[in-house]
Design a protein. Structure first.
Length: 93
């Protein structure tokens, strides 16, 4: 069994309140969950309105599937117009 984790830190340039941030974050989390069947949670900067960090986890029997899924999630984050990816890290166990 392979477990992949991905941490993505991003900046939300067009957000000016926590309410707007929650809307963008919830929308993105739902998109990622529905498209890739992974677990997603906001893991840092909950009180900052223009920063966020997502933790993403994926489990599979095949390492290539985990790596491919993490690549696709990261690509989706880079393509999202409402956010700018600042940093990312991944681990596979």
């Amino acid at each position: 069994m392979m477990v992949g984790t991905l941490q993505v830190e991003f900046f939300l340039p067009d957000v000016f309140s926590l309410k707007e941030k929650r809307f963008v974050i919830q929308s993105l989390k739902t998109k990622i969950r529905n498209r890739f069947n992974v677990s997603v949670a906001e893991v840092d900067y909950q009180d900052k309105w223009q920063r966020a960090v997502f933790g993403v986890a994926c489990v599979s029997a095949d390492r290539q599937i985990v790596e491919s899924t993490m690549d696709k999630v990261l690509d989706m984050c880079f393509q999202e117009d409402r956010i700018e990816v600042l940093n990312q890290s991944r681990d596979i166990f």
